[in-house]
Every structure is written in C-alpha cells, then in structure tokens.
Design a binder for this molecule. Structure first.
Ligand SMILES: NC(=O)c1ccc[n+]([C@@H]2O[C@H](COP(=O)([O-])OP(=O)(O)OC[C@H]3O[C@@H](n4cnc5c(N)ncnc54)[C@H](O)[C@@H]3O)[C@@H](O)[C@H]2O)c1
Length: 407
C-alpha cells in the first residue's frame, strides 16, 4: 500500500481535522504545512511532529521546494481558496479543496478552468454527501422510493451556540472572508439539493436581511465588559464557556464578542425559491434562532409515490407512502464516526482512493463544486438585486456575462 505525502494549507480547525483523519487512515503522512499564523503553524508542527523546515508561512515557498508531494488539502478561509488551489493545480498536484470553492463566481470559474486545462484532480469538500444520513436519503430517491420528485422543502436551523460562533469567529463573520453566509454554511445544502434532484438548477429568487443582530448602543462590545443583559442573554459567551468567567484572558478575545456588536456584515435570515430544469421546485430557508440543543437540517421531499421527512440532528428519516397507512422508518446506521454526521473519514478516504486510482472519482469534483457556487451566488444576486436570476446565463464558462461582472 502506498503512503501518500500530503500538505495542509491552512492549519485551523479544519486543516488539523483533515490531517488527523489522513494519518488515522494509515494511508498518508503529513509532509508539510503552510499556515500564515505563526502560533497555529507552530502548534501544528508540534501536534504532527513535522520538521521545522517543512512548516511554511507562505504556500508558494513549498511549491518552489523539492518536497515530494502527492496531494494538498486547501483548508484556509475561503477568500484564499482560489489562488492557492490554482497554484497547486498548475503544478499538477491533486487538491482536496474545502467548501465553498471560492467567495465569488469569478474565482470559482478560475479554479474550474485551471482544473480543466491542467487535467489535475480536484475534489471539493462536500462531506455531507458521505454522511450516512444523506447517503440513505439519496438511496431512497435513486431507487424510485418516492416516485418522481415534485418539490422539496429544506431548512437549515442553527441553535444559539452555533449561530453565535458565526457572529464571533473572524474566519466566518465577514463577507470579504467567506463570500456570504449562503456560500459558507449553506453550500452543503445547495449541493445536496442538486444531488437529490439530479437536474441543474434553472432559476432562483431570494429574500433576507440582517434585521436583528444589529449594533446596540446599550451593550458593550464584549460579554466580559459588565454587560447589563449578560444573565438573560442566550448568546452570552459565559453560557457556552463557563471557564471564561475566571480565565477570560487565556482565551481569544473574540470568543466573548457581543453577537449584536460583533461587526459581522452577514444576513441573519434568508429564504430562497428554486426551480430546477426538470421542473422540480424547492424552497430553502436559513433560520438562526431555534431553541434546540443541536443545529439541524430539516428536509421534506414530496414525490409522486411517497413523501420523505428527515431531521439531520436526530438522524431520523421517515417515508410516508401515499398508498400506505404507516410511516416507514428509514433511519441510517450511525454507529461509526459522528463528526459531521460520519462524512469526514469517508471523504478523506475518497481522496486517497482517487490518488490510488485516477479512475475512481470522488462524489464531488470541480463540477459539483461549481454547480453549488452557481446556485449560491445566483441566490445572493437575486437577494441583492431583487430579481429572479436565470442561472443558465452564468452556467456556461465561455459565456462572457459573468466574467465581465464581478459577482
Ligand atoms: N466541510 C465541512 O464540514 C467544514 C467544516 C468546517 C469548516 N469548513 C471549511 O474549511 C475551511 C477552513 O475553516 P476553519 O474552520 O478551519 O477556519 P480556521 O480559521 O480555523 O482555519 C483557517 C486557517 O487558514 C489560515 N490561512 C488563511 N489564509 C492562509 C494562506 N493564504 N495560507 C496559509 N494559511 C492561511 C488561517 O490563518 C487559519 O489558521 C473553510 O473553507 C470552511 O468553510 C468545512
């Protein structure tokens, strides 16, 4: 069995997670890291026992080195995805690129073009497609268990902890870093919908705004600054990190940012309607304020033979045949890994399988990454410009429309 030499670019939460899984698979070792933040780079170096020489601040340095590299995991914030990915592909190094591909359509198109021109392998990190919950759902749909799909209703709901992380974490709370909330968080959902509907999305419309989590003069910038509503605030950092009360100086200051005064410029709720080329219609909503312990994805699919209801956080899938009286329990087996619903180890294996055999395509390459970007950017454009957006105009990479307009 070949052991692959991998490089991690971006040694944050995701980079460290992917590196651990690659090592755990016993099919790879981490040969080097590129990370701009010195503290994180040093931490990664110690955790994965790398020689100092193989820890780079600038990814371009390792690309110029004579290191033998079999694959790169690009796990930086999305604003750097395009430049790093294109540079690796141009050197013919296979890339695992975290979702979303990029922060706008123009950067994503550049990746697709370079991947095509160089013929280098590019996998996009839509791990939900490997999670047993969605694998099961796909099996039901593909086997005809629902008949023909007519419509989908899809909701992503976030509990207070999850939501406040997105308000506070600098890697997630600004448009210029992540593109938009829809690209960063909901591109999984858009990809899953594309996968289940099995038809390109044709047109979209959307409404949404940041209407609640806006600056409040009566509140301080940080929970630690004697906030007058600290006791009743469901987003108080002390509720999620009780240790902050005594040791706030030991943790990054942003952990305690006020969710209203965080400076985030993202929407706080959004809905979209979608029409696919095969006539399927869908609604999608992002809902940030549920009082549930865990965030979830709620899926309702209406088919000509049966309907399906799914609740991701409860790992529950139920089928309701139109002819039958009883609901059918189709809950997937989740006995293995739970992280991200069990998709992470499988998506890493898929990348290593692809290195073994170029014919063994993973579930998501630049093709699927591009389609999700197209839907996400189209929905955001519809929201900004108050119009129905026809995605077919942007789909063709040779169309000059989107190249001229920086979306
Ligand atoms: N598939 C999933 O379920 C999933 C889950 C979480 C995050 N992600 C994705 O993973 C990516 C990283 O997210 P994260 O939570 O690890 O963020 P993070 O902020 O924890 O890590 C990103 C790291 O990249 C580094 N970085 C930024 N620019 C760089 C550059 N040019 N060169 C080298 N390093 C650079 C930052 O210093 C940081 O340490 C994002 O695209 C995110 O959407 C995917």
């Amino acid at each position: 069995m070949k052991i692959y030499n991998l490089v991690i670019v971006g040694a944050g939460g995701r980079g460290r997670g992917m590196a651990s899984l690659a090592i755990k698979s016993k099919r790879a070792k981490i040969a080097a890291v590129a990370e701009t933040n010195t503290e994180r780079r040093n931490l990664f170096q110690k955790e994965f026992g790398l020689p100092k020489n193989n820890c780079y601040q600038d990814y371009r340095t390792f690309l110029k080195s004579d290191l033998k590299i079999d694959g790169v995991f690009v796990t930086t914030t999305p604003n750097h995805h395009s430049a790093i990915t294109c540079a690796c592909l141009e050197k013919s190094i296979p890339v695992f690129l975290e979702k979303p591909m990029a922060i706008n359509l123009k950067d994503a198109a550049k990746i697709v073009k370079v991947a095509k021109e160089t013929g280098t392998r590019l996998q996009v990190g839509f791990n939900c497609r490997y999670a047993p919950f969605f694998v099961k759902m796909k099996e039901i749909v593909s086997s005809g268990g629902l008949g023909e799909i007519l419509s989908l209703e899809w909701k992503e709901v976030l509990g207070p902890h999850h939501w406040s992380t997105y308000c506070r974490y600098p890697s997630y709370n600004k448009k210029d870093v992540i593109g938009s909330w829809l690209l960063e968080k909901c591109c999984h959902d858009l990809d899953l919908m594309n996968w289940l509907v099995e038809s390109p999305c044709h047109r979209v419309a959307s409404f949404g705004s940041r209407s609640y989590f806006n600056p409040r003069d009566n509140l301080p910038k940080y929970c630690t600054d004697n906030c007058p509503i600290e006791n009743e605030c469901i987003f108080s950092a002390f509720k999620f990190h009780p240790e902050l009360k005594e040791n706030s100086e030991k943790l990054p200051k942003f952990y305690t940012l006020c969710v209203y005064n965080s400076g985030s410029d993202l929407i706080d709720h959004q809905s979209a309607i979608l029409e696919y080329s095969n006539g399927v219609t869908a609604t999608f909503s992002l809902i940030p304020l549920i009082q549930e312990e865990r965030s979830s994805r709620f899926v309702y699919i209406c088919g000509t033979k049966a309907s399906l209801k799914g609740d991701w956080s409860k790992n529950r899938i139920r089928l309701f045949p139109h002819e039958g009286k009883e609901e059918i329990v189709c809950d997937p087996d989740l006995s293995e890994e739970r992280e991200h619903g069990g998709g992470d180890p499988k998506i890493v294996s898929a990348f290593l399988d692809w290195l073994d055999d170029p014919g063994k395509l993973p579930k998501t390459t630049e093709k699927e990454g591009w389609e999700a970007m197209l839907v996400g950017c189209g929905i955001d454009l519809a929201l900004r410009e108050h119009k129905v957006v026809d995605l077919d105009i942007y789909r063709n990479l040779n169309s000059p429309v989107w190249v001229q307009t920086h979306r």
